[in-house]
Design a protein around this ligand. Structure first.
Ligand code: ASP
Length: 343
């Protein structure tokens, strides 16, 4: 009798497992990633450079998509995709982080879980190779949402992270960008125009990375990682680690990661505003994201873009700059990797 029962329950659980998998196989999933927006002019990118950016974006989106396809969590997928971009000097995050005015690097990151509405963020860290991993640890292992500077690194050590020297983030290309930015600032100071020289006039190089995803269980997640803006001063923190500004996810609504001139994204609460339009005005993700990036932000003078995904796996990737490095993939479709409007 006992053997019969055991066999019966084995069959039932086997059937349940199969039907759950068949169920999951039909569920939509989607991922979008970005590697920053800005004055990416076609003339300034050699065919080899274009290819290098596209290859890295494809590698990252494929990695995240595979995790989702196999039934993995959206949080795991976005972390894996962001880690790949943080490891590349092409992007302003991790290895390729821009320089502060003083010649160092200070990194910001955030991650949000749309299922639990938990979030973790770090700001102004100098010794963390993968800021998105520390943001995740803040979310999962601390009772706080945002940790900054030395305190965040003390927490990292307690969590078993290895600190890297700040020179880990040094690259010649970013250093040259700092020298150019400083020169412009100093020239403006001499001609007493300093008050009129704004960060956006410096061509300060965006390049932040981010990812948003919907997994087969219907869970949305968003993450963003950045070195901030070239020549930033005084411990400046951008929008990326500010929940609702540069990063936001809420199940049933949408997940957003932003890139652009952070001061505007903070004041206009860009990620939160897009999701609010979806939630309270029943706007499509395409329309909501477009209204914020191509109407509200343009009127305000803020440049940049977002990647966004909704509960059904629809993806929006609007930007109001010349280009935005980005890639998307959903439901087993081939990856789409783009830099400009349609190229
Ligand atoms: N949004 C980032 C910041 O302001 C910059 C970027 O997107 O590249 O810190």
């Amino acid at each position: 009798m006992k053997t019969k029962l055991t066999t019966f329950s084995l069959i039932i659980s086997g059937l349940l497992f199969m039907s759950q998998n068949a169920f999951a196989a039909d569920k939509p999933y989607a991922i979008a990633i970005h590697g920053g927006a800005g004055t990416i002019s076609k003339a300034n990118l050699t065919p080899e450079q274009r290819q290098a950016y596209k290859d890295k974006l494809k590698e990252a989106v494929d990695k995240g998509s595979k995790i989702l396809e196999e039934g993995g969590d959206s949080l795991v997928a976005i972390q894996a995709a962001i880690n790949i971009l943080e490891n590349s000097p092409l992007f302003n995050a991790g290895l390729g982080a821009v320089y502060t005015y003083d010649g160092g690097h200070e990194l910001d990151a955030a991650i949000m879980d749309g299922k639990t509405m938990n979030a973790g963020a770090i700001a102004g860290v100098r010794h963390i190779a993968h800021p998105i991993d520390l943001a995740l640890a803040v979310m999962n292992k601390s009772e706080h949402v945002m940790l900054s500077g030395a305190g965040a690194e003390e927490f990292a050590l307690a969590q078993g992270f290895t600190l890297v020297p700040n020179s880990h983030f040094d690259t010649d290309a970013r250093y040259q960008q700092l020298l150019d930015a400083r020169e412009k600032l100093q020239a403006a100071a001499k001609s007493e125009q300093v008050a009129s020289v704004k960060m956006q006039d410096l061509d300060y190089k965006f390049g932040t990375v981010g990812a948003v995803a919907l997994d087969k269980k219907g869970n949305l997640a968003a993450g963003t990682s950045t070195g901030g803006m070239t020549a930033k001063r005084f411990g400046r923190i951008g929008d990326s680690p500010v929940i609702g500004a540069g990063t936001y996810a809420e199940n049933g609504v949408c997940a957003v990661s932003a890139t652009g001139h952070g001061e505007f994204f903070i004041r206009y609460l860009v990620a939160g505003d897009i999701c609010a339009k979806v939630k309270y005005q029943q706007k499509s993700i395409i329309q909501a994201a477009d209204e914020v990036i191509n109407q509200r932000l343009i009127t305000a003078g803020g440049s940049g873009g977002v990647i966004a995904v909704d509960q059904r796996g629809n993806i929006a990737t609007p930007f109001n700059t010349e280009g935005m490095y980005r890639a998307t993939r959903s439901n087993g479709e081939p990856a789409q990797v783009l830099i400009w409007q349609d190229e």
